[in-house]
Design a protein around this ligand. Structure first.
Ligand SMILES: [Zn+2]
Ligand SMILES: [Zn+2]
Length: 305
């Protein structure tokens, strides 16, 4: 079952020809979530053939331009495309004013409702839930208010074993009860244990998105045992002073958080434009945490157990 991340942009600061600023689409069993919305995100959605109307929730980490300057354009395009369904926006305190001010000054009218959830968190908090996923937000440590997000897949139903139903003379009418884990009575009035009739669902998976942050150990607890960790890696370790001054991380910092958290795999991104090639950043992270990938625009990463 699908659980993947599409990288729409993985550069920091200004867009370049090679990389767009931060934006990703998380696809969990056909539910699509947009995470951050740097300039040009709507072009990237078109380029990578992601249907705009599939997105009903947008999560914004913070109000630096490289994470949010694409949002007003996308909202405007939704109106032009005839959207009527409401759109939920989760972001830091101030996001509502940031968007509504632009709409008001340009006298723009949207034909659909925006539902804002403003965050100012001091601990990991559940902010959204549907049938397939729970989404948590947690505080990062950056120059301005900034949150990371964690997507935790919910278990699917138990897997029915048709041959076993037949063997134990259980009617197919009980299929839904069995899939939900209940014991059932067979045609001869005997109680049949659920584990004889069904198998465990596949293990659930998780993905965490840590955008702009200085090295901050509490993050490792927030994302404990995550299957795939995206962690910003703006600089190499030889620019540690610059990383600390600007509240960013090095590739080695990202690897340290991956190791501390027990992550299955690390995905680095948010590279400074000075790195035309991500390989030195990848090598630095791999020195401490071997199972590391370097994000590039257009990359699709499947989340594995
Ligand atoms: Zn940034
Ligand atoms: Zn920032």
């Amino acid at each position: 079952m699908q659980f993947s991340v599409v990288i729409l942009g993985c550069g920091s600061a200004a867009p370049t020809l090679g990389r767009r600023p931060s934006s990703q689409v998380i696809n969990i069993r056909s539910h699509h979530f947009l995470v951050d919305c740097g300039e040009g995100t709507q072009i990237q959605l078109r380029k990578y053939k992601i249907k705009f109307q599939k997105i009903n929730q947008i999560f914004i980490s913070h109000l630096h331009g490289d994470h949010v300057f694409g949002l007003i354009g996308l909202l405007s395009t939704y109106h032009l495309l005839g959207r009527t369904k409401s759109l939920e926006i989760f972001g830091p305190l101030g996001i509502k004013e940031f968007i509504t001010t632009q709409l008001r000054l340009s006298e723009a009218y949207l034909n659909y409702e925006l539902v804002f959830t403003e965050l100012k968190l001091t601990e990991k908090t559940l902010i959204h839930e549907n049938t397939v996923v729970k989404v948590y937000a947690f505080p990062l440590k950056h120059r301005i208010l900034c949150h990371g997000f964690m997507f935790e897949e919910k278990p699917t139903e138990r897997r029915l074993q048709m041959a076993q139903l037949k063997k134990h003379k259980v009617s197919i009418a009980y299929a839904n009860s069995i899939k939900s884990g209940k014991d059932v009575t067979n045609e001869e009035g005997q109680l049949i244990k659920n584990e004889l009739l069904s198998k465990d669902p596949p293990p659930t998976r998780s993905y965490a998105y840590c955008s702009d942050t200085i090295y901050h150990e509490p993050i490792a607890d927030y994302v404990k045992n995550v299957n795939l960790l995206y962690h910003e890696s703006t600089f190499l370790e030889n620019l540690r002073d610059r990383a600390e001054k600007t509240f960013h991380s090095t590739a080695l910092d990202a690897a340290k958080i991956a190791k501390l958290s027990g992550a299955g795999q690390l995905l680095i991104g948010h590279y400074s434009a000075r790195y035309l090639n991500s390989e030195p950043l990848l090598n630095e992270a791999k020195g401490l945490f071997v199972n590391t990938l370097a994000a590039e625009d257009g990359m699709i990463v499947e989340i594995q157990n």
